[in-house]
Design a protein around this ligand. Sequence first.
Ligand code: EPZ
Length: 418
Amino acid sequence: MGSYHIKGGRKLSGEVTVSGAKNSVLPILAASVITKGENIFRRCPEISDVDSMTRILDALGCHITREGSVLSVDASFLSECRIPDELMKEMRSSVFLAGSLLARCGEAVITSPGGCDIGRRPIDLHLRGLMKMGAEVFCREGYIELRARSLRGADIRLDYPSVGATENLMLAALAAKGITRIRNSAREPEIEDLQKYINRCGGKVRGAGTDTIEIEGGRSLTGCEHSITGDRIEAGTYLLMTLATGGDVLLKGLERSTLDPLVSLLEEGGYHVGYSRDEIWAAAKGDERMRCSVATAPYPGFSTDLQPQLAAFLTSVGKGSSIEENIFENRFGYTKELKKMGADIEISEKKVIIKNNNILCGADVRAGDLRGGAALVIAGLMAEGDTVIRNTKYIKRGYGKLEDKIRLLGGDIREYEK
Ligand code: EPZ
């Protein structure tokens, strides 16, 4: 398990071009299974979750080639419908393949999905929707087998706007006879990117970004070229990282509106923030103090994927602030590590509360999940002294070229094997 060694206390300043979004490229790669012919994906992030997904596609018989951030996938010769369970466990997003394999092969075998330790993360909404479209679901000793002689269009109302369930059902609906409507669908920008990709392949999907998505099934899909949308969570992480050190940053390659909740929060806190069509610029004056009360919510609310990073940022400027986590029931693991660095924070029910503004001190800490790990990187960069962050494998799931980008901003970070 690798570790990052960070010398904190340096002001970060410069430019960051955000990579393609992890939470967009993963469902899009799953969708590529339903296409014939070559897909060329540009701005593909260089992260281990993409490596895991391409290993799964390779195991299913897809032809994969990669050059830097350009990934080619041809699923014309797909020969398998069963995902090797050692690959399935590597990340939660493999569950998207249930919908796409059902659409392509009429069957799919998955195991209960893996993913970060941030909550139970059931898939009941996925399975109920797929059954409504005619899939039969058999659960046996840890495997979930899905079969559908033919899928039929259905009118599905999600009990909760689940991102993954919305995307999985969109994929299965592509092979269903007739029209499928998904009501109370998630509205994340990554779902709009998935719709854009599917329609570019010849599909007919509309409504992504709203709470009702309509999919016309039975259309043949041909591989296409697609550039993955910018990663708003990576962008928000670098915004908080640079401002936490009292610095400034120009973020490129991001539709600004996808970060509005965080941008508004920072503006209210007195930080300079400016934006153009796909750039956000922010700078700290150095005397900012914030007392905010934030609650995570489905998009367009404040993203749960920025909750740990915001908490780390607030430990030195946000006395009296609180962040309520409403999406996952176990996403505060990072707080015990921040306390080792001197953060004066406490957890009360679903809230993390910043009790005082403390200057953090470097310490030896452990990442337990992707975004909690990102919070520790922010804390290490703003702390006085040296910080060692262990279990870098969690962080590398979702942040490509992290050390390069931080060093370009003037930060002192090195990765070691142990
Ligand atoms: C996606 O996860 C993202 N992952 C997550 O990002 C993100 O935090 C989450 O959406 C919420 O925005 C990808 O897109 C690959 P959900 P997903 O289904 O689809 C409950 C990151 O850090 N639920 O919207 O798993 C679930 O337990 C990751 O990049 C059910 O109860 O999230 C959770 O409490 C973390 N039954 C809530 O809904 C279901 O069938 C939201 O889950 C499905 C979900």
